[in-house]
Design a protein around this ligand. Structure first.
Ligand SMILES: *Cc1c(COP(=O)(O)O)cnc(C)c1O
Length: 422
């Protein structure tokens, strides 16, 4: 890979400007690593927890201890983490179906949830397929205001008018595929207090995807009843081969566990098939890997933003981050595709292929995705994607190591520069 003088000097300038930010990211990574190592000690994590089970997986000590450690790491009463949860969408589905019953209302207060939940909720897809709507669960939504803050008036109105039927208040921490602000744990805490002030007896569920370990606490610390995420994002540390988790209050996690397996069986079953070690190791790496990804995102913001290629970026290079996603608003399908091509070419795996837009299951618009990852679809590894719709935003995330993330971003910047110079 050869980089032009322009790219090399821009990266040098960026790293000098980002020094202070990077120090703060290292501090958070250190605190979270220390927390995890202390918990490993407290829970006596030793060689035996790496043992494997098959069949029903009864008495799998490794699985049980990991659930306990995970709960403590997340500041929750209980948790489960399973390699057999196929993705974040399934983990969210388990959580929502675990809590909601016919006649209940699901109320999303941070705008539209992640695209793949549309069909789960029943806002798109085929009636009869078994969405929440098919089971008599209704949906309400309060959008975020234009400055990215919560619409407290609307939230209050819905909670007051339909409060007795609202079972789940849903908050997505990360921006996902939307041009909105990512919520900090403090933001989430404030809105939870607000909701609790109006209605105390509902479950507050946070889609925690991409947020884990970006701060030194998680949403359970500020009163969330349930947080949900994917192991091929931050908390798998780039080590977990697949999986998802749910953490929260004892009752909420118990209810979800009955959807994970069956009512009655809950968490007492589930063979780990040799995956325990990579889940423990992934958790151990997770704060560090997340830090690598956040540094990569800052670098991308600098190089694609006002001091570099001049795109609108969110967040900006010098803003604090609460997830690992960097949006670059390109306003052109060509630029979006160029960024993805560059990321792909600057990846460790599959660097020789060219990404093209395609109709992806679960998504409404065509999507282009660049991912040269060791684990298929892993977005804690450097990846870039975006739906082919206005304003053609590229969402960049991940970077297993800052060094490789930097190479990927430099490659994407170079590819986009040559497009712009044409
Ligand atoms: C990734 C993600 C999900 C789940 O997506 P999967 O691809 O199914 O893992 C849900 N919500 C948000 C905000 C996400 O970033």
């Amino acid at each position: 890979m050869d980089f032009s003088e322009k790219v090399l000097s821009l990266v040098k300038e960026a790293e000098a400007a980002l020094k202070e930010r990077f120090d703060e990211i290292d501090r958070i990574s250190f605190e979270n690593t220390k927390k995890i190592m202390n918990l490993f000690k407290e829970h006596r994590v030793g060689d035996a927890v790496f043992n494997s089970t098959s069949g029903y997986g009864y008495n799998d000590r490794g699985r049980e201890v990991l659930d306990e450690v995970w709960a403590d790491v997340m500041g929750a009463e209980a948790a489960f983490v399973r390699h057999s949860i196929v993705n974040g969408t399934q983990a969210l589905t388990i959580g929502l179906f675990g809590l909601l019953r016919p006649g209940d209302i699901l109320f999303s207060i941070a705008g539209k949830p992640y695209d793949t939940l549309d069909e789960v909720i029943g806002n798109s897809g085929n009636p009869g397929d078994g969405s929440l709507r098919d089971f008599g669960v209704e949906y309400r939504q309060a959008d975020l205001l234009s400055d990215g803050s919560f619409d407290l008036e609307k939230i209050k109105q819905v909670l007051t008018d339909e409060g007795d039927r609202i079972k789940v208040v849903f908050i997505q921490r990360s921006k996902g595929y939307l041009n909105r602000r990512t919520l900090s744990v403090a933001d989430i805490g404030e809105v939870i207090s607000f909701v609790r002030g109006i209605k105390s007896d509902c479950y507050i569920v946070v889609d925690n995807c991409y947020g884990e370990f970006t701060e030194d606490r998680e949403p359970c610390a500020v009163g969330a009843d349930m947080i949900i995420g994917s192991l091929i994002k931050n908390p798998g540390g780039g080590m977990a081969e697949s999986g998802g988790y749910i953490a929260g209050t004892a009752r909420a996690v118990e209810l979800a566990s009955y959807r994970l397996t069956s009512v009655g069986c809950g968490l007492e079953v589930g063979a780990t098939l040799g995956q325990n070690k990579s889940l423990y190791k992934g958790l151990f790496y997770a704060p560090h890997t997340t830090a690598q990804a956040i540094k990569t995102a800052h670098l991308a913001a600098y190089m694609f933003g006002e001091r570099g290629l001049g795109f609108e970026v969110e967040p900006k290079w010098d803003e604090p981050r609460y997830d690992i996603i960097q949006s670059v608003i390109t306003r052109s399908a060509d630029a979006l595709c160029a960024i993805c091509r560059g990321i792909q070419a600057g990846s460790p795996i599959d660097s020789f292929v060219t990404p093209e837009p395609w109709d992806m299951p679960g998504y409404t618009d065509k999507v282009i995705m660049a991912a040269g990852a060791f684990t298929q679809g892993s977005s804690i590894e450097l990846s870039a994607d975006g739906p082919l719709r206005d304003p053609y935003t590229a969402y960049l995330q991940g970077g297993l190591t800052y060094e490789s993330g930097k190479i990927g971003i430099m490659s994407a910047v170079q590819e986009t520069m040559s497009l712009l110079e044409k």
